[in-house]
Design a protein around this ligand. Structure first.
Ligand code: XMP
Length: 319
């Protein structure tokens, strides 16, 4: 792709010019955006970059290993992996309000990140995989008056505190362009094509209080749902698919017994930039298969529903 080859060269030149001999620290989330930003910056300034991956305990199944393996083994880029799940889950105890969840996670992320940055002797620049839609969606909604729909989790607040300048090489790009750039940088297909995953992670897919048990249930159910989507050959036609564990229990029957367990909602949407989205029209047989597997294989769920809301009026995530 010649456009992305040119963009890559330009972006690298810009990063070198901005950063000079400075040190850059980059927060990796495991998503495509921060991964592509990190690869680009690494190509531009090599060892001047340190990547930090803060694991808040709210990732999808096997996600942490995938990120660590990609950076350390595939690219040989040094990566600091911080397991901060105890801290995050403790601070989230009893928190049910969506914005409070987001703000709590954002604040802790800054604390952990700040502490890690100090350990490596500080940095002059902070790199982020901010995209164009992030820039506009946190500021205004559909060109209307400035209203925050959701406070997007990024490391806002950190630059001032650490007296760092931001390096945001993807700020002009949309998601499909970031993916093209990722391919240009040799990012494996499995990574380039990954569905977006929000910074606050599974916290915003567990309406109500977050517990380790709920995270565990959700990780298992989500993995089965995505496995079925891959098997049906649908992963790449869907923008984002995930499960949401509802704070509602319903009565069911299994064998000769009555059950009283959680409801799981399945979500899948098509979109080009995440700003608007249509719910995905699955074949009912597919949904039935996924539901049966989830209920049979995951303890704690006895009912599955499908979300048929588009954006607007719904948002993609439930919180
Ligand atoms: P919504 O739910 O606002 O989501 O329709 C639009 C897209 O943004 C993702 N999303 C986030 N991404 N930090 C992120 O990096 C966040 O706090 C965040 N909240 C939502 C969401 O998954 C969807 O792709």
């Amino acid at each position: 792709d010649w456009t992305m080859a040119a963009y890559r060269e330009e972006a690298i030149a810009k990063i070198r010019k901005q950063v000079g001999k400075g040190r850059v620290i980059c927060g990796l989330s495991g998503g495509v955006d921060s991964s592509v930003a990190a690869l680009l910056i690494h190509e531009a300034i090599g060892e001047q970059l340190t990547c930090v991956f803060v694991d808040h305990g709210l990732l999808r199944q096997a996600e942490a290993e995938q990120v660590v393996t990609l950076f350390r083994n595939h690219y040989n880029i040094p990566l600091v992996h911080v397991d901060a799940s105890d801290l995050f889950l403790k601070e989230l105890e009893g928190v049910t309000d969506p914005e409070t969840k987001r703000k709590t996670i954002g604040r802790l992320f800054i604390d952990v990140f700040d502490a890690e940055a100090k350990k490596i002797g500080g940095a002059d620049f902070l790199a982020q995989g901010t995209l164009y839609p992030d820039v506009i969606e946190s500021v205004s909604f559909h060109g209307g008056p400035s209203v925050t729909i959701k406070s997007h989790h990024n490391v806002g607040g950190l630059p001032e505190r650490m007296k760092m300048q931001l390096v945001e090489p993807l700020r002009e790009l949309f998601k499909d362009e970031v993916r093209a750039l990722g391919r240009e940088l040799g990012l494996p297909d499995a990574f380039v094509g990954r569905h977006p995953f929000p910074g606050p992670g599974l916290a915003i897919r567990i309406p109500g209080e977050i517990t380790r048990e709920k995270i565990d249930i959700l990780q298992k159910a989500d993995a089965i749902y995505l496995d079925e989507i891959r098997k049906a050959g649908l992963y790449d036609v869907i923008w984002q698919a995930f499960a949401v564990l509802l704070p509602v229990r319903t009565v069911g029957v299994m064998g000769d017994g009555r059950t009283y367990d959680h409801v799981l909602a399945l979500r899948a949407v098509t979109s080009t930039d995440g700003m608007t989205a249509d719910f995905y029209h699955f074949d009912m047989n597919f949904l039935g298969r996924a539901a049966t597997r989830i209920i049979n294989e995951v303890r704690g769920i006895n009912r599955v529903v499908y979300d048929v809301t588009s954006k607007p009026p719904g948002t993609i995530e439930w919180e």
